[in-house]
Design a protein around this ligand. Structure first.
Ligand code: GLU
Length: 445
């Protein structure tokens, strides 16, 4: 069987970390099974959907490396949904209901007061033609409900195992609003059928939609796909993620300078039985993926942990993986520079700081002028290599009697302007004799 999955965001905001997890799980599964990954834009809500958000979503997915094989927009398919709903009406599975939201609310309150579950009572099914005509004469337009079969619905969830739902305990879902617009349920099922989706993989906030959707597949004589509902992400304080929480938007994480690979590694490994760790390539993530590893409880997305993971990833990345991007940032120094500084980076852009330290101009910080002047005089002739720093600093120690922090701190401050940083044995040859001497003498170089 060829696997086809889809990621189905609504273009009503930018993607956040939680959406991306759904996209990633779908993508990784498709890759693993050599299947197709479809991007479906759930844009039937034309008031809130915008092309700008749709483009933002595509940009976020591209940045993360989640390339799709096909893309569709639900808005382009409205006529198809109309056709299917007409069929369902003819079959008697889609019926008009006229209650206002206030009337429905009142019904629910009454049921609850009597200790009954607030399930829609299907009063609309009892209406006579005359009663319907009277409502319409009043100016009411019907919303349309899908008539559920009151039977047990069972599916083997890829993540949650066997699930049982008694459809008799559910309200008949509204598929079409009074203004004629579609809620998500019907378009989603129709698209999944038409696109040959084999696995619906989504967050567990959609579990409650599955039984009605399975009945809809059946009503439309389609073989239902497999379903998998993964655990959701929550923010660092346990709060639900929302599109309005900009700090966890993919755009925000990208602007912070985080690596796409660390965002993907983090979002794919939290809330699983695998350790949260950086992966050196997308392929590694794909190979490690399995539904059975997903945990059942919510996974905490903490931007601080993501930053740590980002640093760990940078510390491991070979020069070839970043060479192009360093060039684009005007950071030179080649492999020697990268090897010297990568252990001190949180984000790739930190290389700019260290490149400035190497290239100058840099105003030195002189903490012990006498020591620095003595050290300047002892600088050996070039060429320099990793042996230069230990030999030279030993010579400075022998000459001045300074040792430990009293020796190293003034030299580091003079040479780099910073208290901490990459190992000087790697940095010193990159700074070179001319600049080192000038800085030790207190000059900007
Ligand atoms: N547009 C829905 C959402 O973003 C898609 C749900 C589904 O995958 O079926 O939640």
């Amino acid at each position: 069987m060829t696997v086809t999955v889809r990621f189905a965001p609504s273009p009503t905001g930018r993607l956040h970390a939680g959406n991306i997890r759904t996209a990633l799980i779908n993508f990784m599964f498709a890759q693993k099974m050599s299947g197709d990954f479809i991007l479906r834009l759930d844009d039937t809500d034309q008031e809130r959907s915008t092309e700008e958000f749709a483009e933002g979503i595509r940009e976020d997915l591209r940045w993360l490396g989640l390339n799709w094989d096909r893309q569709i927009s639900q808005f382009d398919r409205l006529l198809r949904y109309v056709g299917v709903s007409e069929n369902l009406k003819e079959m008697g599975r889609l019926y008009p209901a006229y209650e206002t939201p206030e009337e429905l609310d009142l019904k629910r309150k009454r049921q609850l007061a009597r200790g009954k579950p607030p399930v829609y009572d299907r009063a609309a099914l009892e209406l006579s033609d005359a009663e319907r005509a009277a409502f319409e004469a009043e100016g009411r337009t019907p919303h349309w409900r899908f008539k559920l079969d009151p039977v047990g619905v069972v599916w083997d969830d890829l993540v949650r195992g066997r699930q049982h739902v008694d459809a008799a305990s559910l309200s008949d879902p509204v598929l079409i609003r009074g203004d004629g617009t579609y809620l998500y349920t019907l378009p989603s099922v129709v698209d999944d059928i038409d696109l040959g989706v084999t696995h619906i993989i989504r967050g567990e906030d959609h579990v409650a939609n599955t039984a009605p959707q399975l009945q809809l597949f059946e009503a439309l004589s389609a073989k239902p796909p497999a379903f998998g509902h993964h655990n959701l992400l929550v923010g660092p304080e346990g709060q639900a993620l929302s599109k309005r929480d900009g700090s966890l938007s993919i755009e925000g994480l990208r602007e912070e300078g985080l690596e796409a690979l660390s965002v993907a590694s983090y979002a794919a490994t939290i809330g699983t039985s695998d350790p949260v760790a950086p992966h050196m390539s997308f392929d590694e993530l794909v190979q490690a993926f399995a539904f059975s590893k997903l945990s059942r409880s919510p996974a905490r997305f903490d931007p601080r942990d993501l930053r740590l993971l980002n640093a760990k990833l940078l510390h491991m990345l070979p020069f070839a993986a970043v060479a192009e991007r360093l060039k684009a940032m005007d950071v030179g120094g080649g492999e020697a520079f990268w090897e010297a500084v990568r252990g001190n980076l949180e984000v790739l852009a930190d290389t700019k700081l260290w490149w400035r330290v190497v290239e100058g101009p840099l105003a030195p910080v002189i903490d012990n002028g006498d020591l620095c002047l003595a050290a300047a005089k002892l600088l050996p002739p070039e060429p320099w290599n990793e042996e230069t720093w230990p030999a030279w600093s030993s010579a400075v120690k022998a000459e001045t009697g300074a040792k430990g922090k009293a020796l190293f701190q003034p030299l580091r401050l003079a040479l780099t302007g910073e208290q901490h940083g990459p190992e000087l044995k790697a940095l010193l040859p990159l700074i070179g004799r001319e600049r080192a001497q000038a800085r030790l003498e207190g000059k900007t170089a």
